[in-house]
Design a protein around this ligand. Structure first.
Ligand code: ATP
Length: 254
């Protein structure tokens, strides 16, 4: 197995609460890997530490053979690893295309250089071309000029994925890709994710819908109390008494 992402001994506390107590896991290139666990297991914190939103207290994150521990989010994105973010209320008035263009891969240094060289227009045009390409890829072209706020729940989720794609990443951390989406659109989103995986993008997915995980993800990593509890195929982890016990009293296991 070639690990694209390796997490070793990751720790993080918030005001004395140990959200991560030394997490270890690998994500193999070319997989759609699930990261599941009961509420409070530390999944979101793991995403934040990997993607550079918050620094870990300890441990190591290696991506594509590079030690990216503690790197800030824009640098992590520049290295080819990015994550989805919910569409904030303020920018939901912007069109789908503008939302995509906001996430075009240009670092502050490059932006300054293009401005000094008078290349701003060219950079904007390149971002527009990429945005159209991404919108087409996700079946959003027919709503490209609509405000993001007017999209259906499923289309908003696709737009979140689209914004991540703007940076042409090798790997995307996906936070609840079908939360609040009706079942037929959920299957459409799953189909897009499979297509993107076939194009070479690796995914690590936090999701609470077990039926989607069963159909989409392999392997499944289970976290509990800030650590990795176990890992395996969906049927292996579903049959594991330790996993069932970890979920006791949690609302999330279907
Ligand atoms: P859920 O499935 O409910 O989203 P999770 O597995 O993503 O849970 P985290 O959100 O990472 O878990 O939370 C792990 C622990 O860290 C919890 O006890 C949580 O209350 C705490 N925690 C997370 N973020 C913060 C924060 N910003 N400030 C204080 N405590 C936090």
């Amino acid at each position: 197995m070639t690990a694209l992402l390796s997490v070793r001994g990751l720790t993080r506390s918030y005001y004395g609460v140990q959200a991560l107590r030394g997490v270890d896991f690998d994500v193999a290139a070319g997989t759609i890997t699930a990261l599941i666990g009961p509420n409070g297991a530390g999944k979101t914190t793991a995403f934040q530490c990997i993607s550079g939103v918050v620094p870990p207290d300890g441990g190591q994150v290696v991506f594509g053979g590079m030690d990216i521990t503690g790197w800030r989010a824009d640098r992590v994105t520049g290295a080819g690893l990015t994550r989805t973010f919910q569409i904030a209320r303020g920018i939901s008035r912007l069109s789908v295309l503008d939302n995509l263009m906001l996430y075009a891969a240009d670092q502050p240094g490059e932006r300054l250089a293009t401005a000094l060289l008078g290349g701003g227009r060219a950079a904007e045009e390149a971002a527009r071309v990429r945005a159209v390409e991404v919108a087409r890829r996700l079946n959003l072209l027919h709503v490209a000029n609509n405000p993001a706020a007017a999209l259906s729940g499923g289309q908003k989720k696709l737009l979140e994925i689209g914004r991540a794609l703007m940076a042409s990443p090798r790997m995307i951390l996906l936070d609840e890709p079908i939360a609040g989406v009706n079942p037929s659109l959920a299957e459409e989103i799953a189909e897009h994710l499979r297509g993107l995986r076939d194009d070479g993008i690796t995914f690590l997915v936090i999701e609470h819908h077990m039926d989607l995980i069963a159909r989409l993800c392999d392997p499944v990593i289970v976290m509990a109390e800030g650590r990795r509890l176990t890992e395996g195929s969906f049927s292996q982890i579903a049959a594991n008494p330790e996993v069932q016990e970890a979920y006791m009293g949690s609302r999330t296991w279907a």
